[in-house]
Design a protein around this ligand. Structure first.
Ligand SMILES: C=CC1=C(C)c2cc3[nH]c(cc4nc(cc5[nH]c(cc1n2)c(C)c5CCC(=O)O)C(CCC(=O)O)=C4C)c(C)c3C=C
Ligand SMILES: [Fe+2]
Ligand SMILES: [Fe+2]
Length: 338
């Protein structure tokens, strides 16, 4: 049988090839040279990046990566690979012939290499699905840039479609609420539910990036669905980099403040990431936990990302099918035997 002529490309941020200083330097250099990520004029930024950041940060980050690395590799790659394979299965079970692959915006497998392989394998139509629920120029638009850069040097283009966001998709929201209720069944409820999203420079919101509003909408919808009272919910932003103001409140200082105010038990989830990665497993589940406990908290319960959860994979399949409409991916029902 020939390969399907339609493909879904799941795109995530990317990760180093190994938890070593040289591999992290290569990855950070690609990442931090992206003008969607650092919106500072190159003449100012490049000397800082090359002179300071790429000399100091790779060794620190490599240690952080080493603490979460698995025998199969970086958690982000392991989960992305699993999600692509599961999605292929879910679409197949629903009678659709679609190739599913994953690619990374930085590092490997790269977006141009996977798009090239898909085209060489016969894909004439590609749905690009960035695995970022909330639209952000630094992530979603940067993924579009990488797809467009590949397309620019191709003569015969496949048809391309692109998903911008799914921050309020009811099935994604339900999957997160289910994650919470399953978690509460084993750990009980905390006094507060902290939803931590990746941060962004505050300036990007002032310039019209919808990311902040979409994070707040996701948080509101999940809280309503999971029956979390507004006074129990705390939305925060993590991973600030540099000296500029980022979206507030910041995650770790907020957790410390809660502990100092006498909150003993918290649940912490990261709805902006659909797969566990460095930012969740190290920054939240290790660093933020230590800070909360040191400040007087007693129970810090990290709620894992959606990863390979059944409800999430079914939500992703439904989302993909909605965007695939009109591309005739349905396998014709076999003619019944006489
Ligand atoms: C919602 C997703 C993300 C947004 C928005 C985002 C913005 C953003 N990130 C940096 C700098 C770094 N981020 C790093 C890691 C990282 N970031 C995301 C997601 C978003 N980033 C993920 C999933 C990861 C983890 C990848 C993994 O391998 O597990 C890092 C690298 C690690 C480190 O050295 O700290 C940097 C650097 C900026 C500057 C930014 C917006 C302007
Ligand atoms: Fe540079
Ligand atoms: Fe990041």
């Amino acid at each position: 049988m020939t390969a399907p002529d339609t493909a879904v490309l799941l795109c995530n941020l990317g990760t180093p090839d190994a938890p070593t200083t040289p591999a992290v330097r290569r990855y950070l250099s690609q990442f931090l040279h992206d003008p969607r990520v650092v919106e500072i004029p190159r003449v100012i930024w490049c000397p800082i990046l090359h002179g300071i950041i790429l000399r100091t940060r790779p060794a620190q980050s490599a240690r952080r990566y080493a603490s979460i690395w698995t025998p199969e590799g970086s958690p982000l790659t392991v989960w992305s690979d699993k999600q692509a394979k599961l999605l292929a299965g879910y679409l197949g079970e629903r009678g659709h012939r679609v190739t599913v692959r994953f690619a990374m915006r930085y590092g490997n497998p790269s977006i141009p290499s996977v798009l090239g392989e898909l085209k060489a394998g016969g894909a004439r139509r590609v749905l690009v699905l960035p695995m970022y629920p909330q639209y952000c120029a630094a992530t979603t638009a940067s993924t579009a840039d990488a797809v467009n850069a590949w397309a620019k040097q191709e003569r015969a283009l496949p048809e391309l479609r692109f998903v911008n966001r799914f921050h309020d998709d009811p099935r994604y929201i339900d999957a997160l609420a289910k994650r919470l209720s399953d978690h509460w069944m084993t750990h009980g409820r905390g006094e507060r539910l902290v939803m931590s999203f990746h941060g962004m420079p505050k300036r990007t919101r002032d310039l019209g990036d919808p990311y902040f509003d979409e994070c707040m909408e996701t948080a509101r919808l999940v809280a309503a669905r999971a029956d979390v009272k507004p006074e129990q919910l705390v939305v925060t932003f993590q991973s600030r980099l540099g000296r500029a103001e980022w979206l507030q409140p910041y995650t770790e200082p907020t957790l410390v403040k809660l502990a100092k105010q006498g909150v003993k038990k918290v649940d912490v989830m990261c709805p902006g990431f659909v797969a566990d990665n460095l930012e969740t497993l190290e920054e939240i589940a290790q660093e933020a936990r230590d800070a909360f406990l040191k400040a007087g908290g007693t129970d810090f319960n990290y709620v894992p990302c959606l990863n390979d959860q059944h409800e999430w994979m079914a939500a992703l399949a439904a989302l993909a099918l909605r965007h695939l409409q009109g591309w005739d991916t349905q396998v014709p029902a076999s003619t019944p035997r006489p």
